[in-house]
Design a protein around this ligand. Structure first.
Ligand SMILES: *Cc1c(COP(=O)(O)O)cnc(C)c1O
Length: 375
């Protein structure tokens, strides 16, 4: 059997031993009655951590963002403005339109995950009878499609000022908020200071098995609790899941720096191969995601590279790319677009896994670059 290194996403992380222990020993109750002590503890812990009044444990990040949109935009036909590369716009199945009756308007994202604030201000509307009412601005931190970029704090502060002036709340999709905190060496409370609501994934890099937390004021969370029930997200003895998330906050958050370091190592190795077909930019890589881009002029496509990394060739097992058991390495990564591949570092990738991934990438990238050249 080939050795598998799974760098597709930080969602593939499995709960640690301590998490499983906590799950077995968790005190439970019916969370819809607000009687699950472990869920209550998690909600209090994360609200405090983010400097907000209250939190709600929800089944997924997608539901968390949708609930936020439904609470902030409780009039049908109102508008959310988000970046065109945001998860909310791209990867949440149009739930805002389908389920909330809310329209998503988008602004072009800059490569750093921000958008132009002057352009944003021109887009605010609602004073004219013909217009939908802009009711929310959504930002993403870290920004996934932009390669795990951390939004500059100064930009977030300027955005807040602008939104306050127009009385429009900000929702932060902070699926990887703790990665952003690690990079900036700032507290989560500081990063979300001016956001009316924040969604944080517990099951990505934090390695809890299931769930996200939605955080905001008492009043906001009270309404969010009703919406969660409506969407079918009222879970009963959810403490069995929350228990793992409590451990994740204590145990896994402090080690995120290691994922960032390893992502840098991987990017620098790829950069050091100097292959025309594969470009990385370690200097602008902030966190645990590594984007590899294939230049437009190359005949290679991301899907072929992803496929090749997941295969073991005969020559690899015959000593060209030695692995511990001589059966080769399968490296799982994902295609981001036709010319972009994403590698994700996470808690289940050890130093040995990283080393094996580096050997595999080096072998395959050289092979594919040479083949692309000879065409
Ligand atoms: C993963 C992710 C989500 C959604 O999380 P799910 O739990 O998979 O629904 C939302 N936003 C961003 C930026 C994400 O990366």
């Amino acid at each position: 059997m080939a050795y598998i290194v799974d760098m597709r996403s930080d969602t593939v992380t499995k709960p640690t031993k301590a998490m499983k222990q906590a799950m077995v020993n968790s005190a439970l109750g019916d969370d819809v009655y607000h009687e699950d002590p472990t869920v209550n503890a998690l909600e209090n812990k994360i609200a405090t951590l983010l400097g907000k009044q209250a939190a709600l444990f929800v089944p997924s990040g997608t539901m968390s963002n949708l609930i936020a949109i439904m609470v902030h935009c409780n009039k049908r036909g109102s508008e959310v403005i988000a970046g065109e590369l945001s998860h909310i716009f791209r990867y949440e199945v149009g739930g805002a339109a389908h389920l909330a009756g809310v329209m998503l308007s988008n602004l072009p994202n800059e490569p750093d995950g921000t958008f132009d604030l002057k352009a944003l201000e021109r887009r605010f509307r609602g004073s004219d009878i013909h217009e939908p009412v802009t009711s929310l601005v959504a930002i993403e931190n870290t920004h996934n499609v932009c390669g795990g970029k951390v939004l500059p704090l100064k930009w977030v502060d300027s955005l807040s000022e602008l939104c306050q002036k127009h009385n429009i709340p900000i929702h932060m999709d902070g699926a990887r908020l703790f990665n952003a905190c690690e990079y900036l060496k700032e507290s989560p409370a500081r990063l979300v200071r001016d956001c009316a609501s924040v969604s944080v994934c517990l099951s990505k890099g934090l390695a809890a098995p299931v769930g996200s937390a939605l955080v905001g004021s008492y009043h906001f969370i009270e309404q969010a609790r009703r919406v969660r029930k409506m969407l079918g997200g009222g879970m009963r003895q959810a403490g069995v899941l929350a228990a793992a998330a409590v451990v994740a906050l204590d145990e896994v958050v402090p080690r995120l720096a290691l994922d960032h370091k390893r992502a840098q190592v991987l990017a620098k190795v790829i950069e050091g191969l100097f292959l025309p077909s594969f470009k990385v930019d370690p200097a602008s890589q902030h966190t645990n995601l590594v984007l590899v881009r294939i230049p437009g002029e190359s005949s290679l496509t991301a899907d072929r590279v992803v496929e090749r990394l997941a295969q073991v060739s005969l020559s690899e097992t015959q000593g060209d790319c030695k692995t511990p058991n001589d059966e080769g390495v399968i490296l799982k990564v994902i295609q981001f677009d036709a010319k972009t591949i994403r590698f994700t570092l996470h808690v289940d990738i050890t130093d040995e896994d990283l080393w094996l991934a580096i050997m595999k990438v080096t072998y395959v990238f050289k092979e594919m670059d040479a083949a692309a050249k000879s065409k």
